[in-house]
Design a protein around this ligand. Structure first.
Ligand code: UD1
Ligand code: UDP
Length: 365
């Protein structure tokens, strides 16, 4: 029996662990599973809703770390998780993505000599001002099983001296969740709730990167671009709590009150968000996962960043980097409104079967 302890903490983690736990739980005689939620995200709409939407089983333990500085949050997860690991004695710790909870779990497990499996290994933006980039580098250096979503990730790992026998190119586990949930999303009532029709033209926006929303001038510039775009097409904006807080602190609400076609709504559950994403005319985002999802959905994506750790979404998918320059964002949005749907290819192994490939490897832990 192989005991796998999975760690989740923030919104994008839930979609990544769910398919793997589903496959592990098909074989209770071979694998036992234990799920730890660090509590990094705790609002119902940033956490609980995803357990309901995905049918992910409730965590066995919640470490309730909440929000704080990077060091405090990471340290708190480490202190509380260490006790759980000593008690549970798993054979493997499974971590996903690049958030602080991922980093804390990898360090804690590695120091207890518990092998770490990292899902979404090898992604690099080459921008160490991004907290996630530091998390990715450290987690990959400490992991025994590195599951990569694309071949560029394998190259990044090799360049950092990680031996080939630790690297497994398995595809993109988030796309397993997307493929499974698409039929559910087609039945979502979100269009009715918003008074929209699937065929209507609208843009979907998400924004939460500290580099965009924690800087007053940059956030103001992005909002000015949005003000202009919403004159041409309605924008639906499920707002991340970090961004909501900043708009309030910077006193930007009056700007937004003028934008009658920019609809700010609370963060959405996965199924409703996927429904809006699938039928959007285009998506504006600084999210990592949404660059990948739009590539598979064939929906044009304008990424409000200078770089991406997911280059296949540009070379093969529908993604374009537009940074935070107001004129560049507006020009790119208007260009989409005037042009045909982009040609795109679905990247290799983004086929809905990544979790199965991961579990085949874990069989031999
Ligand atoms: C985190 C991840 C980021 C990921 C994002 C997904 C790190 C370093 N960052 O960023 O990689 O893309 O999650 O959404 O791990 N807050 C709430 N309620 C919540 C959670 C957060 O109000 O349930 C607010 C708090 O004011 C908090 C702020 O959002 O201080 C930021 O939360 P935090 O988890 O530190 O970072 P995110 O920006 O969410
Ligand atoms: N998402 C969601 N509701 C929202 C916004 C995003 O369910 O209101 C989903 C989205 O479909 C994707 C994931 O959350 O699966 C991306 O998470 P996020 O953008 O928070 O993090 P990142 O990918 O940037 O780390």
């Amino acid at each position: 029996m192989i005991k796998v302890l999975g760690v989740v903490g923030a919104r994008p983690n839930f979609m990544k662990i769910d398919p793997v736990f589903r496959v592990l739980e098909r074989e209770p005689q071979k694998f036992s599973t234990f799920l730890v939620h660090t509590g990094q995200h705790y609002d119902d709409r940033m956490s609980k809703i995803f357990f309901l939407d995905l049918g992910l089983r409730a965590p066995d333990v919640n470490l309730d770390v909440g929000s704080s500085t990077h060091a405090e949050q990471t340290g708190m997860v480490m202190i509380r998780l260490e006790r759980v690991l000593l008690e549970q004695k798993p054979d493997l710790v499974l971590v996903v993505g690049d958030v602080n909870s991922t980093l804390a779990a990898a360090i804690t497990a590695a120091k207890l000599h518990i092998p770490v499996a990292h899902i979404e290994a090898g992604l690099r933006s080459f921008d160490r001002k991004m907290p996630e980039e530091i998390n990715r580098i450290v987690v990959d250096a400490l992991s025994t099983y590195l599951f990569t979503p694309s071949r560029d990730a394998n190259e990044n790992l090799r360049r950092e001296g990680i031996p080939d026998e630790h690297i497994y190119f398995v595809g993109n586990v988030m796309i397993d969740t997307l493929i499974r949930c698409r039929p559910l999303a087609e039945r979502s009532s979100i269009f009715n709730q918003l008074g929209l029709n699937k065929k209507d033209r609208y843009a979907l926006l998400t924004l939460h990167r500290p580099s965009n929303v924690d800087n007053r001038e940059i956030l103001a510039e992005i909002l000015e671009a949005l003000l202009k775009i919403q004159e041409e097409i309605p924008i639906i904006f499920p707002i991340h709590p970090r961004t909501k807080k900043r708009i309030w602190e910077f006193g930007f609400q009056p700007i937004l009150e003028k934008a009658h076609n920019l609809r700010i709504i609370p963060p959405l559950g996965y199924i409703d968000f996927l429904a809006l994403e699938s039928h959007a005319t285009f998506v504006l985002t600084d999210s990592g996962g949404i660059q990948e999802e739009t590539t598979v959905l064939g929906v044009p994506c304008l990424t409000l960043r200078e770089n991406t750790e997911r280059p296949v979404t540009i070379t093969q998918g529908t993604n374009q980097l537009v940074g935070h320059d107001k004129n560049k964002i507006i020009a790119a949005a208007f260009n989409i409104l005037d042009s045909q749907m982009p040609q795109r290819r679905i990247p290799e192994l983004w086929d809905g079967h990544t979790a199965e490939r991961i579990v085949e490897v874990l069989r031999n832990v």
